[in-house]
Design a protein around this ligand. Structure first.
Ligand code: NAX
Ligand code: K
Length: 556
């Protein structure tokens, strides 16, 4: 599913208006669709009860949606009160029209009053609280609104009112104060139990950004409201494209692999996984097993000769070949059937071991295909760099980028490794929301994109939301939150398995890399969810067949 930025949303709106739908009509549709979704969510409210309700309306078009909702609710028998925030701001034309229609229908509008709102929240008399303060237009830090504190989940549960039948906090488009581009709370944000995204999901609906200087903000259940804008972004829509890896996409990726599963084992590709020395081979073995389970035809672990026996005692289906040094490795890479090298796991980044690690990285990248190789050039060979393969370049990231630029490579840093390679981007990611100036959205998507552009290859930034970007800017988000949360993945070795899954997929299909790595992140989380509590990294690879079988069954 596409994730749409504010600028792209405006292009979509312009395309809709060019086809003859007015802005006022779009706002009416948004309001009507929102009210229908709210009543489907709380069907008990369908019977008109003359129940009071609060609608919080802001100065822009998000507020405009709120006036439409308030008017339609009133028409159904509710008794909504609008609290208008920033009343001195001139409203955009459509929002002003929506406010006029509300007033003409006899609706009551009151100035913003934290005390009054707080009191109403505490009294529980209002059937609904609709947050239409700010949407995609939030461009700076939010002032601290005391009334928002009353919506916070902790306060709400302390009041004993978080049972489903009393859910009532609804956010229109995004919870106000939450940046729709990054998911960051810009100082103070509304906590919703239901968020109704207008027409499309925005990055802020799926990204988690808990930087300093923000508080509050929750999405609750997220639904997308179709208001009849074009389903696809116009070709000239601004900015790079972003996508969410969701269940339909996972099934599509699985379908794309199926035809490959009929050939010779080499047709599935051969993966090499260099391993560390004596006592350090576990991480590479985990990755190797994951690559094999993901469908690589052959997987070979390559330790130094001193660690051969130890690895032999632990491997069966995975093959084994000692690699004394980078020259021996380069010679091995002359076999064109090798489609992927995954390295870094357990190789070592200390003074003694980093020369071997670095030399292996150099050999792997020298033998990787050009990133833009045409399909007529034959199967792509990629390199997946994780852990120590990244850390050995901490003092000199540019040396790594000189090797990765323009290569079919995927870097898979966690937050710490990312900060070593891209310290300035990591600092921007964690810098507090500015207290005065305009906020230039810079979140995990922007950081991954910038990193991929700098490294000239695909970058997968791990986290509860894994963000993957190609150097051309196309990015994928894999969000392991809410119903797909997998707390069990926080276990030693899980990252090694992810690198192996990526390698297993890359050995079968060389591109498109960001999309493929996002699918790997999906499989990784599903494997953890399939196992459940008590998971250790060793369990993950053996869950993959069941996960993939499930995806195939769901797509046939
Ligand atoms: N683009 C579309 O296709 C549609 C958009 N609609 C609605 O319109 C919204 C976007 O409307 P706008 O672009 O007018 O933006 P918003 O309504 O989100 O906010 C813009 C206003 O808020 C002010 N503002 C920004 N940051 C602030 C802060 N921190 N504190 C106080 N005030 C602040 C701005 O100065 C401006 O007046 C969407 O989120 C959606 O709800 C819908 O009505 C229908 C279609
Ligand atoms: K809102």
């Amino acid at each position: 599913m596409e994730l749409v930025s504010a600028a792209q949303m405006r292009a979509l709106e312009a395309a809709g208006m060019a086809s003859g739908v007015s802005g006022v009509e779009l706002m009416e549709r948004a309001g009507a669709a929102a009210l229908k979704a709210i009543l489907d969510w709380r069907p008990d409210l369908r019977v008109p009860r003359h129940a009071p309700a609060l609608v919080l309306c802001g100065p822009g078009n998000n507020g405009g949606d709120g006036y439409v909702i308030a008017r339609l609710m009133r028409g159904m028998g509710f008794r909504p009160t609008v609290y208008r925030y920033a009343p001195d701001k001139p409203q955009p034309e459509e929002a002003a029209e929506a406010a006029r229609r509300w007033a003409a229908a006899g609706g009551e509008t009151r100035p913003w009053d934290d005390d009054e709102i707080e009191e109403r929240i505490g009294s529980f008399d209002d059937a609904l609280v609709v947050d239409a303060l700010l949407g995609m237009g939030t461009t700076r830090r939010m002032p601290s609104l005391r009334a928002f504190d009353s919506f916070e989940p902790s306060v709400w549960s302390a009041l004993g009112s978080d049972d489903p039948s009393r859910r009532r906090h609804v956010a229109i488009d995004v919870p106000s104060g939450l940046c729709s581009e990054t998911g960051a709370s810009l100082g103070c944000a509304f906590s919703a139990q239901l968020t109704l995204a207008i027409q499309a999901l925005k990055p802020g609906h799926v990204l988690i950004d808990r930087r300093a200087g923000g508080h509050g903000g929750a999405l609750g259940e997220v639904q997308v409201l179709d208001i009849g804008l074009p389903a696809r972004l116009p070709d000239d829509a601004p900015g790079p494209r972003s996508f969410l890896l969701d269940a339909p996409e996972a099934r599509a990726q699985m379908r794309a692999l199926r035809p490959l599963w009929q050939g010779h084992k080499f047709a599935h590709g051969h993966v090499l996984v260099p391993a560390g020395g004596v006592g350090k081979g576990g991480a590479a073995r985990l990755a190797a097993r994951a690559a094999l389970r993901t469908g690589a035809g052959l997987v070979t672990v390559c330790p130094p000769p001193s660690a051969l026996i130890e690895n032999a005692a632990r491997l069966d289906a995975v093959m084994l070949r000692a690699v004394a040094d980078a020259d021996a490795f380069a010679a091995m890479l002359e076999d064109r059937r090798i489609r992927c090298v995954a390295l870094g796991m357990g190789l070592g980044a200390d003074e003694r071991r980093s020369p071997r690690t670095r030399a292996l990285v150099e050999a792997a990248l020298a033998a990787a295909s050009p990133a833009d190789a045409p399909s007529s050039a034959g199967p792509v060979r990629s390199a997946v760099l994780d852990a120590d393969a990244l850390t050995v370049f901490a003092q000199d990231p540019e040396a790594l980028f000189a090797l990765t630029r323009g290569r079919a490579a995927i870097l898979t840093p966690h937050a710490g490794e990312f900060a070593r390679l891209f310290p300035d981007l990591a600092a921007r990611l964690s810098s507090p929301v500015p207290s005065d100036d305009r906020w230039t959205p810079f979140g995990r998507l922007e950081a991954a994109r910038e990193a991929a552009a700098r490294a000239g290859c695909t970058v997968l930034l791990k986290g509860p939301d894994t963000v993957i970007a190609d150097p051309d800017g196309e990015a994928w988000v894999h969000a392991a939150v809410r119903e797909r949360a997998s707390p069990w993945l926080a276990t030693a070795g899980a990252g090694d398995v992810l690198a192996g899954i990526i390698a297993g997929l890359a050995s079968q299909r060389g591109a498109p890399r960001a999309r493929l790595a996002a699918f790997a992140a999906w499989l990784h989380v599903e494997a953890a969810r399939a196992f459940g509590p008590g998971l250790i990294a060793e369990d993950l690879p053996d869950q993959l067949p069941g996960v993939m079988r499930g995806l195939l069954a769901a797509s046939s």
